[in-house]
Design a protein around this ligand. Structure first.
Ligand code: O2Y
Ligand code: MN
Length: 600
């Protein structure tokens, strides 16, 4: 443990863990409120991690997995009512309600502070308060931003160590810059009726109480890197997005970088780690993984958008991860991994539905003997936390302080009907509308009904820290003289046929679609123009070796005018929900396409 701060009594004024007065003052203020028994400043080192892990093993927070099959790997079981993000308890607390917008739950800042501070009052008695300095993004990148999370959960510390650049180098940067996002977290009593996740973008602060799970508790991730960062990005001229970033290397050795936004649990991790189909592999194609969930982009001196992944690890969905769906993820999690809410075999191996091996789970995610009639072995939102560096397709460019130049932006949703496999927006304004109109069927990543179609613009519905109307205006503002913006596409890997089966094989075969996009970027392929955008000329999208039914070809590459008319009515109603604030340019673009759909 860090000798600087060991066993400091709670509420000791001026805890002096840092040379930055503002940081020490805030820690003293938080300690005075929460009254921990001790304060520990995390240095991020191996000794500190080993001590924390040993303590968690001793008290049952972590269960050691089979050391032979899964070295240095652990199982954590969360409270059974604390298994996902809680959107209805997640607030954006701006002084003006309209600034948060209809897309966010809102509370006035003073009321929010009072409500949550009452819960924080004395909540760390008997516990250690951990101070976690972290950096989102490469430690030496001008695009990166730092934060400090204070938490009473050692499990959060262990996860933040994997997911961010945490510890001494981050503290040094914070002391140099003098600014940081303040995140205060306590697991409290893990009582769902005493749970809030609050964001104060104007104060660059986050307060989270009553949950120890994922995005509710690892404050660098959704809270900082999306909700607070999107707000900051707007005022500083960049974009904080819910996007994977990958590099596609062709047989000539050229790499194009693509950023893609899909709603939660729609396969971002799988796409980011794609393994090319055999023929492509033999020809020399390769996918490089930069990030699987979050992307920060800003215009570079040449007018292109440059992107970094602010995260250092993956917090991926376990169920469905298999040798077939994502061999790179499976290889990544063979060691040094924290599993949360998965099942376990009798000999201590992690197990989940869709893992695709012949092991049998003995115990389910709640620690009870597994009975498939009672519940699945793994919770549908069970997760693995692992360092990105363990991924076989991890790109060294992920550490480039300047980021990678983005050639294409892809939006996508989970749509059983109507939406074709891929189409291209005609220009940036149309691309922003395509992103703003995204719809998808809901998944288990958040609490609530699964499989219900909802609008999820740019996959940011749960994560945009301000009014969507202003967010769309911010996106539009990138289209200015000198800008060399990426092409924008929309994909749907989830289209079903009349028999209810998926029509597109997905996974590695998605590279065929990425290749077509790159051909478009290079001006090597044409499109079939339709009101919704450019569809591929089928012969120009490489389908060799795929068995696609007649129905699949018709539907995946088809355009259903009547269906799209109804869709556009729905999109219009959605945009109108934002009233006068909605940019006129976006409404005009909607009107232009609506007119074309109606044949005028
Ligand atoms: O954060 C959680 O609790 C689960 S949801 C999640 C986790 C990793 C990456 N993305 C998401 C998401 O909901 O988009
Ligand atoms: Mn996500």
């Amino acid at each position: 443990m860090n000798a600087r701060t060991k066993d400091l009594p709670a509420a000791t004024p001026g805890t002096s863990g840092s040379t930055l007065q503002a940081l020490n003052d805030w820690i003293a203020e938080v300690a005075a409120l929460t009254r921990p028994d001790a304060i520990h400043w995390c240095d991020g080192g191996d000794a500190e991690n080993a001590a924390l892990i040993a303590a968690m093993e001793a008290d049952g927070t972590l269960i050691r997995l089979n050391e032979d099959t899964n070295p240095r790997s652990w199982l954590h079981r969360s409270h059974p009512e604390d298994v996902a993000r809680v959107e209805h308890l997640t607030l954006v607390c701006t002084p003006d309600r309209d600034e948060a917008g209809p897309n966010n739950h809102w509370m006035p800042p003073a009321e929010a502070h009072a409500k949550i501070d009452a819960l924080f009052d004395g909540c760390m008695r008997g516990r250690t308060m951990y101070v976690i300095p972290y950096c989102m993004g490469p430690i030496d990148s001008p695009l990166s931003r730092c934060g400090v999370e204070v938490t009473d959960s050692p499990y959060v510390v262990a996860n933040m160590r994997i997911m961010t650049r945490m510890g001494a180098p981050a503290l040094a940067r914070i002391e140099r810059e003098g600014t940081f996002v303040k995140g205060l977290h306590s697991i409290g009593e893990l009582d769902p009726s005493r749970r809030w996740i609050m964001h104060f973008p104007h104060e660059l602060s986050i307060k989270s109480y009553g949950s120890g799970y994922g995005g509710n508790a690892l404050l660098g991730k959704k809270c900082h890197a999306l909700r607070i960062a999107s707000h900051q990005a707007r005022s500083e001229g960049w974009l904080a997005e819910h996007m994977l970033i990958l590099g596609v290397e062709n047989p000539q050795g050229e790499t194009h970088y693509i950023a893609a936004a899909f709603p939660s649990a729609c396969g971002k991790t799988n796409l980011a780690m794609l393994i090319p189909p055999e023929g492509y592999r033999e020809a020399g194609w390769k996918i490089w993984t930069i990030g699987d969930d979050i992307c920060w982009m800003r215009p570079g001196p040449d007018g292109r958008l440059y992107a970094i992944n602010p995260e250092a690890g993956f917090f991926g969905v376990a169920p469905g991860t298999s040798k077939k769906s994502n061999p790179n993820a499976l290889a990544s999690i063979q060691a040094d991994t924290i599993f949360t809410n998965v099942g376990v075999t009798a000999d201590g191996q992690p197990w989940w539905e869709g893992i695709g091996n012949d092991q049998v789970p003995a115990t389910d995610w709640r620690g009870e003997p597994h009975d498939p009639a009672v519940r699945p072995a793994a919770h549908p939102n069970s997760r693995f936390t692992v360092s990105a560096r363990r991924c076989p397709s991890w790109s060294p460019m992920a550490e480039d302080p300047q980021g990678v130049p983005i050639s294409a932006i892809v939006f996508g949703g989970r749509r059983a009907s109507l939406v074709p496999l891929v189409f291209e927006a005609r220009d940036w304004t149309h691309g922003v509308l395509v992103g703003a109109s995204m719809g998808s069927e809901t998944t288990a990543a958040a609490t609530g009904a699964v499989g219900v179609m909802r609008r999820d613009p740019m996959a940011m519905k749960p994560f945009c820290g301000y009014n969507f109307a202003d967010y769309f205006a911010h996106w539009l503002s990138f289209d200015k003289p000198g800008a060399k913006l990426p092409k924008v596409f929309h994909v749907n890997w989830f289209r079903k046929g009349a028999a209810g089966r998926f029509l597109w094989p997905g996974f590695g075969d998605n590279l065929r679609v990425l290749e077509w996009m790159i051909d478009r970027v290079k001006g090597k392929a044409g499109v079939v123009e339709t009101p919704i955008g450019g569809l591929p000329v089928q012969e120009e999208l490489d389908l060799e070796g795929l068995v696609l039914s007649e129905e699949a070809r018709r539907v995946l590459f088809g355009f259903d005018r009547e269906g799209w008319q109804a869709e556009f009515d729905g999109i219009g109603e959605f945009l109108d929900g934002y009233g006068e604030r909605m940019p006129a340019r976006l409404k005009a673009e909607w009107g232009r396409i609506q007119g074309e759909l109606q044949g005028s």
